[in-house]
Design a protein around this ligand. Sequence first.
Ligand code: SF4
Length: 185
Amino acid sequence: MRNHKLLFFITIFFFALGFVNIHFSLLGIVCMTLPIILLLKDRKKTWCQGYCPRASLYTNCGKTKKWNSRKTPQFFIKGNMKWIMLAYFGVSLFFIIMSTLGVARDIRPAMETLRFLILIPLPFKMPQLFDIIDLAPWLTHLSYRFYSMMMTTTFLGLILAMVYKPRTWCTICPIATVSDVILKK
Ligand code: SF4
């Protein structure tokens, strides 16, 4: 089964929704949990093989290249890169959870800007088409954190797609690594 070629619209729609209201970024939780639910149900990587909107985005962007792809580094295929990415993913989740708890307990202010690679703030405030009033600040913080993580990994995947083969990100994607570990068990 191959990813439907138009699924990439879902990825674009997801990032566009963040400009409507950042809290829509919490929909990204579906992207993280659905692959594992399908994996446990089907005992294979159903999401990766047929439904991943991000993979569709990488495939489509890769196709637009006017230059030849470089050979995927062995470090990605057989080396430790996927474990490094999994560690990054784990650290990101840890930061997200701990800082959200900090905001919920009034120890720190809510983050209201995007960050690249967890720590690097982007030098602009995201326009919001409409505000949702009276939401708990920790929910806003969680939304910005979540959007930042999705933005960072999608950006890295796009760079890889433009330099190497379109779905090079899939060789080091934390979802794929976790899926492989579960399948082995
Ligand atoms: S490996 Fe990651 S990016 Fe690739 S298809 Fe699976 S979930 Fe999507």
